[in-house]
Design a protein around this ligand. Structure first.
Ligand code: MGD
Ligand code: MGD
Ligand code: MO
Length: 767
């Protein structure tokens, strides 16, 4: 936290977006000293011939504007294009121990990494290393392992298709399926929960569906901050009179009222659009009860003789209706309202809107995935949609709003710790080596292996693993014992400081920069959250002559590790068309003629069978699946317990902190805040603005505690509190996760208020 600036809480009463967003865009470009360069970059962002925004995975519209970016995309670009540099002199000035004391914000603000560095234990500093020596060191460590399963190969979702594909091939040729992926902490419940229901683990809508929807639900997703370009779709829908139903424990500002920053008229007249027609102020983890209440209302209407279900669709395409009906009718309205915190009347009201709509889209984010039953909760979303045939018709479908810009693509091209045998056969046939058949590690299994000492090497293709994962103290301790840690990155982050005995930081060419090889300029491809594959070409000169394209790093690591390999790594490194041809060979169903199709600057759409009412499930049908009861998290008997959701502020990108402000929630110069219902605060004898500690309710022998947190009154449901990730990750236990997907339940941590022993600066509560 910046010491000079006073920490303040001042509720934001303006509509979100608008001049606030326009001002924030200009400010961040100036702060990073890139007003001219950044503005030039913004003109090329998400435009044909340009590069894909490095921020979120929301697709480009079908009808483009000359400017197609949002405030937070501009922040991501400004921080990538920044003038600030982390040089060898920087590392000479600071030991790693000193850097550990700096905040995540401070580390981010130091700027772009410029050359490869190697950890030197004698001085506790990172020192320059030649690229060849860096690869030789990786090769030496990997070849020295007793088993390839002692290495963990992490991917963060910014990695492009070409890189991710080659990386998945290299790791399998090396001999393991250990692919912990950021997706394991994110939309894995989508990838694992939806296939048994509808046959694909992806969303089923395309952009045009927003134009045909008759109702839109936005559940557990903070659109105005985390995928701001979707606000345009919501604004347009509202202008057409389409109901938008917000289900969230927080009244997220942008979803209540929004001014389009690119709508000149609205901006000039200070106009705005009311986004949500209905705000369902659900308890944390109360969504299952809301869904069951809605389904119950539908079944009851049907019993009264109203034709609300799509019975023809159900008969032709689905299995399991009767079991679902029995389950839904077995829960009482009393329990539904008690657990959701929502009145029967409001649930019946939104069920009525849903029943009337002939085409409904349900969008969701981390508020649904990050619970102990995240995967099965999503199956209930699918149930709700199936009851009215909301697949395979215009304006309808399920819309997981993905996070990282290529997190969906990475999965599609092979970053998968549980690959199918069929896929592995194709790898064998196309590449001529026998890939490992046993399942590998996801994030939590990788951490377990590190803690047990069986994992020895951690390779991070992007991201900030140490900071993004749960149980910070345990995680750091485990990672410090590794033999080698490697961070492939654009920016210095804490993950590079939580290092093994040997450690490397390998700096890369960023999304907005030009990739040049001996075969000329190369481009990469990205798959967005609606399965559109588009090319991405950087426009800036690379930040330094000593940064390398990520794809080159994979190829040279492969050559240094597998000298006998028959895979033509040296060729792939130069000509990315050769890589795309292999992607086409491994995935002929969706990627046939990839190199040809990608010549269209707008890219192409990957087939999603449920859009055609084809269900790639084992029985060839869409399946209603039952999740008994109303709870999605273990019930904790302790009456003092509060459910903590760890969320993002408006000024962060995951572990990257752009500033200590959260404009729409009214918080300035402080990230250590806890949003709490006034009554819950008073029950605990606390003042508004009191400094507290939080402790996790757990009985596994670990004490998990974060101190120096400031309580602020906020319209939260009773028993629900929220605070920022990653600062609160020490409270999230490693073994608190969704069994099906392995996703940590980061939105529902059971915690208790405990007295603070720290002396955090108090917050000023402004009127
Ligand atoms: N600017 C910016 N953009 C981003 C990111 C970023 O950090 N910054 N991160 C990217 C990534 S990787 C991802 S995955 C996405 C994340 O985007 P979101 O899914 O929006 O992520 P969060 O901010 O973690 O939380 C989402 C919402 O869940 C709500 N919530 C919490 N608990 C519950 C619950 O029990 N039920 C319901 N219904 N809601 C609940 C919270 O109040 C919050 O509004 O955004 C991506 N885009
Ligand atoms: N408690 C809690 N924990 C969570 C979450 C939560 O809501 N609550 N959310 C989870 C989610 S949804 C996610 S996706 C994960 C995120 O986990 P990660 O994806 O691991 O984390 P990021 O913060 O996105 O990674 C940021 C780093 O990526 C590097 N980077 C940026 N651009 C590039 C690039 O172009 N190439 C390369 N090689 N590196 C680059 C920079 O060095 C930067 O410091 O966190 C998860 N953890
Ligand atoms: Mo994510």
């Amino acid at each position: 936290m910046s010491k000079e600036k006073e920490s303040t809480f001042k509720p934001y009463h303006h509509p979100a977006g608008g001049w606030g967003a326009a001002g924030a865009t200009a400010k961040v470009l100036m702060e990073q000293s890139v007003l001219v360069k950044g503005s030039r970059g913004l003109l090329a962002m998400n435009q044909p011939g340009g590069f894909k925004c490095p921020s979120c995975a929301f697709p480009d519209p079908d009808h483009r504007k000359t400017l197609e970016f949002c405030e937070n995309g501009a922040k991501a670009l400004a921080h990538e294009a920044t003038k600030a540099r982390v040089t060898r002199e920087f590392f000479e000035r600071h030991t790693v121990t000193e850097l550990m004391d700096k905040s995540d914000y401070w580390l981010e603000m130091q700027g772009r990494l410029t050359e490869p560095m190697r950890y030197d234990a004698a001085t506790d500093k990172y020192v320059p290393v030649a690229w060849d020596d860096a690869f030789a060191l990786i090769g030496k460590h990997l070849r020295a392992l007793e088993s390839p399963h002692q290495a963990e190969f992490y991917t963060s979702g910014r990695t492009a298709n070409e890189t991710a594909f080659l990386y998945s091939i290299f790791v399998r040729e090396f001999g393991t399926n250990n692919f912990p992926d950021c997706s394991n902490m994110c939309h894995e419940p989508t990838s694992r929960g939806l296939p048994p229901a509808i046959g694909v683990g992806k969303g089923t809508i395309v952009m045009a569906d927003f134009d045909h929807a008759e109702a839109i639900f936005v559940i557990g997703q903070n659109t105005g901050t985390n995928s701001p370009r979707m606000m345009t779709n919501l604004v347009e829908a509202r202008k057409r009179g389409v109901p938008v139903i917000l289900i969230n424990p927080m009244p997220e500002r942008a979803l209540i009222r929004f001014t389009e920053p690119q709508d000149i008229l609205q901006m000039a007249t200070f106009g705005s659009t009311a986004i949500s027609s209905d705000f369902v102020h659900v308890r944390i983890g109360g969504d299952l009860a809301v869904f069951k209440g809605m389904m119950r209302a539908l079944f009851e209407a049907e019993d009264r003789g109203e034709a609300v279900l799509d019975t023809a669709f159900i008969a032709e395409h689905t299995v399991g209706l009767e079991a679902l009906r029995a389950d839904v009718m077995s829960v009482s309205w009393a329990d539904i309202t008690r657990i959701s915190g929502i009145t029967e009347e409001q649930i019946r009201h939104i069920a009525g809107i849903y029943a009337k709509s002939n085409a409904t889209i349900i969008c969701y984010g981390m508020g649904l995935t990050q619970h102990q039953e995240g995967s099965r909760l999503l199956q209930q979303v699918a149930n709700l949609l199936l009851l009215k045939g909301n697949f395979g018709k215009p304006g309808a479908g399920i819309a997981p709003i993905r996070g990282h810009s290529n997190v969906q693509g990475d999965r599609t091209v092979g970053i998968d710790e549980k690959p199918s045998q069929d896929y592995l056969d194709r790898v064998r046939d196309v590449f001529g080596f026998e890939p490992p058949r046993a399942h590998g590690h996801h994030v939590l299994e990788a951490l377990e292996a590190m803690e047990a000492g069986t994992a020895k090497v951690f390779f991070g293709m992007g991201g900030n693993f140490a900071r993004a994962v749960p149980d910070t103290a345990r995680t750091y301790a485990a990672m410090w014992r590794l033999n080698l840690t490697v961070g492939v990155a654009t920016k210095l982050n804490r993950g590079h400081l939580v290092h093994g005995k040997d450690a490397l930081i390998l700096p890369v060419v960023s999304r907005s920069e030009i990739i040049r090889t001996t075969a000329g300029e190369q481009f990469v491809t990205i798959e967005d959250a609606m399965a559109n594959v588009t090319p991405s070409r950087g426009v800036f000169e690379p930040v330094s002559p000593d940064v390398r394209p990520e794809t080159e790093i994979v190829c040279r690591m492969a050559m240094a590790t597998l000298p006998e390999s028959r895979t033509p790594w040296a060729q792939y490194m130069e000509d990315y068309t050769l890589i795309r041809d292999k992607i086409a060979a491994i995935y002929p169903d969706i990627y046939a003629d990839f190199s040809e199709k990608i010549k269209n600057p707008r890219g192409f759409h990957l087939d999603i069978p449920p859009r055609r009412r084809v269900w790639p499930t084992p029985n060839g049908k869409a399946n209603f699946l039952v999740l008994p009861g109303l709870e999605v998290n273990d019930v904790v008997a302790d009456p003092a317990m509060l459910r903590l959701a760890t969320i993002r502020s408006h000024d962060q990108y995951n572990t990257t902190i752009y500033s200590n402000n959260d404009r729409y929630r009214g918080v300035y110069n402080n990230r250590l805040v806890i949003f709490m219902n006034k009554q819950d605060r008073e029950d605990r004898g606390l003042e508004n603005g009191a400094v507290i500690g939080l402790e996790t309710c757990s009985d596994d022998g670990y004490r998990r505690y974060v101190d120096g947190l400031t309580v602020i009154d906020y319209p939260m449901p009773r028993g629900a509190i929220a605070g920022y990730y990653p600062e609160l990750n020490p409270l999230l236990p490693l073994d608190y996760f969704d069994e099906i997907s392995g996703t940590p339940a980061a939105k529902s941590i059971p915690v208790k208020v405990v007295p603070s022993v720290a002396s955090a600066a108090p917050i000023r509560i402004a009127g």
